[in-house]
Design a protein around this ligand. Structure first.
Ligand SMILES: N[C@@H](CCC[C@H](N)C(=O)O)C(=O)O
Length: 283
């Protein structure tokens, strides 16, 4: 069987995008993994599958798979790639789209200048919703944003835990270039206190409206940018009193912009979405 695909990226976070609006596609985790493999497949951080919606009031549904074959709840950079894909393919002529994901509805908007802004919904900060096992530590109350101590490789690091639909643990570092992303990122991802694993963010604050960020992504390793990671870092930075909205987030693959007005409010993410090439692959 041959499968048509589009290769895209958002600030270097790269995707295989598949149009499954005419017929749903179901592959095994091993098959998703193979497609995303950079040597034996096309290569990508994530695979995005565009489908017809099942929820009322939505225009599309999209499913997201990490390059380890696991299906995940949310992808910020993917949401922008998704909008460019459905617009370029003529699957919709709307500029405001409602999209069903595994964890709720997101609302991307195509701006007049061609840029894409995504309403990612409100962050969830209760550790149990991340999920983060905080039972051994002090209690949590809405309004608190403790940086939770986490034992990693014999040291204590302090992480803010944030759900953007998917789980994030964000720590502040002096310099992202020398931060031990490759060493402790995987250990945080698989830490026993994160029962669903976690995306591990390392944020350097440059000023109150500008950070640098590296993210070791759950199920994909370090990527050149992570959209939900950028949202989680800005939420954590604002909650810790280090940042003010809007914030420019400089990742290794490019810049994103995040705006958040506080508790209960949606996080808005903007940034680039680029088509690289189209192709067909034998499954
Ligand atoms: N690259 C993404 C996040 C993709 C999912 C993540 N690896 C997870 O497992 O939660 C983004 O731009 O948000």
């Amino acid at each position: 069987m041959k499968l048509k695909f589009t290769k895209m990226h958002g600030a270097g976070n790269d995707f295989i995008v598949i149009d499954a609006t005419a017929a749903p596609i179901e592959l095994s985790p091993a098959q998703w993994q193979r497609l995303a493999d950079r040597r034996f497949g096309i290569g990508a951080d994530q695979i995005l599958v565009v489908q017809k919606p099942s929820a009322e009031g939505c225009d599309f549904k999209y499913r997201i798979f990490n390059n380890d074959g696991s299906e995940v709840e949310q992808c910020g950079n993917g949401a922008r790639a998704f909008v460019k894909f459905v617009t370029d393919k003529g699957l919709t002529d709307k500029t405001s789209i409602r999209v069903e994901t595994m964890k709720g509805v997101i609302a991307p908007r195509l701006e007049a200048d061609g840029s894409i802004t995504v309403d990612m919904g409100a962050p969830r900060l209760d550790p149990s919703e991340v999920p983060f096992d905080a039972a051994h530590l002090s209690g949590w109350a809405e309004g608190d944003d403790p940086a939770w101590p986490l034992e990693v490789a014999g040291k204590t690091v302090f992480v803010s835990v944030v759900s953007m639909g998917n789980p994030h643990a964000v720590q502040v570092v002096d310099n992202v270039d020398t931060a031990p992303v490759g060493e402790i990122g995987p250990l945080i991802e698989h830490h026993a206190r994160f029962p669903a694993r976690v995306n591990a963010g390392f944020m350097q604050v440059l000023d109150r409206h500008h950070i640098r960020l590296r993210v070791h992504e759950r199920g994909a390793g370090e990527t050149l940018a992570c959209g939900t990671g950028a949202c989680a870092a800005v939420v954590a930075g604002i909650r810790r009193g280090l940042l003010d909205s809007p914030v420019r987030v400089s990742a290794r693959g490019g810049d994103l912009s995040v705006a958040w007005e506080g508790l209960g409010q949606s996080v808005f993410l903007s940034g680039p979405a680029v088509t690289v090439f189209e192709g067909e692959v034998e499954l």
